[in-house]
Design a protein around this ligand. Structure first.
Ligand SMILES: Nc1ncnc2c1ncn2[C@@H]1O[C@H](COP(=O)(O)OP(=O)(O)OP(=O)(O)O)[C@@H](O)[C@H]1O
Ligand SMILES: [Mg+2]
Length: 248
């Protein structure tokens, strides 16, 4: 089982859009996929039209008593663990545990799923907390959407510092350009500068109305019967992640 975290401390860079569409794409290739919505905003759950059951909450998650709350989606091979509003304090709850084990909490919770799923995708909240440290520690690969702007690049730099702090290898990180608008001078010049950096994948996701409209249709872009440019972008992103980090 491989764990892929879609993470950036910067908000609104396309983490949820990426998690939702990569999870769909991975399931389409025949993998058994679990999408975990780690963000109390519950956007990934919303896109898949799934609400958490009333009995589900942060403390059940942290006790490892959450498997019954995993739900099937409308798509073959793809399950989802919905977020609960109480996840907003997940970092505080983790911090209250035993200090020496603090960074391993999430990895320990996910380990028993290894026979059920080939791939777990984590849609992460936009912050830097002990939860982020758990996410980075648990992940085999941290996928980072970077809008080609200076602040998004800064968030990537901060992540690399955090990686050092939690003693994880830089190799875990794969960044890609997200919400790209090539007609913008800043976008094209930043992409030109960074496109040969090994941390950046070649695939990128353009800014597309089709992706924005996921909020209306509430389904991954690839599930539409029409040929979709957006879905091709996520397919090539997934292939690159597989080739560079998973098929090893
Ligand atoms: N490639 C894209 N083209 C157009 N719109 C996009 C694209 N990616 C994401 N969006 C839109 O931008 C907004 C923010 O995207 P998303 O929610 O995926 O970001 P996020 O990083 O998960 O945000 P947060 O940090 O709040 O969790 C959403 O309205 C989404 O529909
Ligand atoms: Mg999000």
């Amino acid at each position: 089982m491989k764990i892929i975290a879609v993470y950036s401390s910067k908000g609104g860079v396309g983490k949820t859009a990426t998690s939702v569409n990569l999870a769909y794409t991975a399931a389409k290739t025949g993998l058994r996929v679990l999408l975990c919505d780690m963000d109390s905003q519950g956007a990934a759950s919303y896109y898949y039209r799934i609400k958490p059951k009333k009995k589900f909450n942060r403390s059940r998650l942290l006790k490892g008593d959450f498997y019954e709350f995993i739900r099937g989606t409308d798509f073959y091979g793809l399950d989802l663990l919905p977020a609960h509003f109480s996840f907003r304090n997940l970092d505080i709850a983790i911090n209250n545990g035993k200090k020496e084990k603090n960074r391993q909490v999430l990895a320990t919770l996910l380990a028993p799923l290894k026979d059920e799923y080939d791939c777990v995708i984590l849609d992460c909240p936009p912050n830097v907390t002990v939860l982020s440290e758990n996410i980075i520690t648990a992940a085999d690969c941290v996928v980072v959407p970077v809008v080609p702007t200076t602040l998004s690049l800064l968030a990537l730099e901060q992540l690399l510092k955090l990686l050092k702090k939690v003693e994880c290898k830089k190799k875990k990180v794969l960044a890609f350009f997200s919400m790209v608008e090539r007609r913008k001078v800043m976008h094209s010049s930043i992409m030109k500068k960074y496109h040969n950096y090994p941390i950046f994948m070649k695939s990128y996701v353009p800014f597309m109305a089709e992706i924005e409209k996921m909020g209306i249709y509430r389904r991954p872009v690839g599930s539409s019967p029409r040929k979709s440019v957006a879905s091709q972008a996520y397919q090539s992103l997934w292939q690159e992640i597989e080739n560079r980090r998973l098929n090893r």
